[in-house]
Design a protein around this ligand. Structure first.
Ligand SMILES: [Zn+2]
Length: 321
């Protein structure tokens, strides 16, 4: 009986007395449930509504709509009093050979109170496809959803200070070939060796089956246990895969901004839904977002990030293995 109880605790399902791991697991449970109940749903949805509005005109890199989105993200970073990695939240980079054309990443920092020189990097791209033949590609799911989640997570971690430092990066020019994230890893404001994990969000708000993927655990199996620990607390069904584990299934390893991190041997978790009928179409609009699913996904990812942050072994070994 005792052994069964301890197994249940190790699985992160419940905190019971009488097991040596009790204290540690209670902390884990607290970190998880804190994240699941302390995300502000109305500000999350407001961020999403604004970023996917017609004013943004699809947020294509180099357009006024993209700039409007950037100004909004900076305004939220400012209001949260996030730190800066340099003089500014902004990291500009060239697009192609035209010097007048540039992209802009937005980088905010919350310093850890225990391991301030080790970073978790939470990312989402804010650009999308813009306006074509008069049609706005709103990109509500792709990727106003990840960007709004990033803003909500920044607020959460400001209110619940992390042990490790956290970098929040809204990438530009993902749709043009991961240009923002490629530039970031080659011109990072912190040593790449100080990054213990990347948590990337790209399309996290729509799925009719209540399912989202946590991709990347094939490459970094030690990360799976953090996702598994949260599964028991969330109604969202978390799937693994799309990382080359099975032939015949689309491999997402190089499909979003986690890829440049992976190329530098930085462990990543990529959260995203299966492609849907409005993927890269004008119909990817705010009204089609499943608000309840989206909120639960956002809290779930925050809980995973919180568990990663609480894991001392990540800091000690750099890989957790
Ligand atoms: Zn995307």
């Amino acid at each position: 009986m005792a052994a069964i109880i301890c197994l249940a605790i190790v699985a992160g399902t419940i905190a019971l007395t009488g097991c040596p791991a009790e204290g540690e697991n209670r902390k884990k449970k607290t970190a998880t449930t804190n994240a699941l109940i302390n995300i502000d749903s109305s500000s999350l949805i407001n961020h999403l509504a604004y970023l996917s509005s017609a004013d943004m005109a699809g947020r294509e890199t180099g357009t006024p709509g993209n700039q409007l989105a950037r100004e909004y993200i900076v305004k939220i970073f400012d209001s949260l009093q996030l730190g800066k990695a340099g003089d500014s939240y902004l990291q500009t980079f060239p697009i192609g050979n035209d010097s007048s054309n540039q992209g802009t990443n937005i980088i905010g920092v919350i310093k850890g109170d225990q391991y301030k020189n080790n970073y978790i990097v939470i990312t989402a791209h804010y650009d999308h496809l813009g306006t074509r033949s008069g049609d706005i590609y709103y990109g509500a799911d792709d990727n106003a959803s990840g960007t709004a989640a990033l803003l909500a997570m920044a607020r959460y971690f400001k209110e619940h200070p992390p042990k490790h430092s956290i970098l929040f990066v809204a990438f530009d020019a993902e749709e043009k070939g991961l240009l923002g994230s490629k530039y970031f890893v080659s011109h990072a404001p912190i040593p790449l060796s100080a990054i213990i994990a990347n948590v990337n969000m790209d399309m996290v708000s729509r799925n009719d089956s209540n399912e989202i993927y946590a991709s990347g655990t094939k490459h970094y199996p030690f990360l799976k246990k953090y996702v598994d620990s949260v599964q028991v607390y969330t109604p969202v069904h978390i799937l693994f895969g799309h990382d080359g584990e099975k032939t015949g299934i689309h491999d997402w390893t190089n499909q979003s901004d986690h890829f440049p991190f992976h190329q530098n041997q930085i462990p990543y978790l990529y959260f995203g839904v299966e492609d849907h009928a409005d993927y890269h179409r004008p119909g990817d609009t705010f009204d089609k977002v499943n608000k309840s699913f989206y909120y639960q996904v956002c809290t779930m990812i925050t809980a995973v990030a919180s568990l990663l942050d609480r894991a001392d072994m990540l800091q000690q070994t750099g890989t957790g293995q």
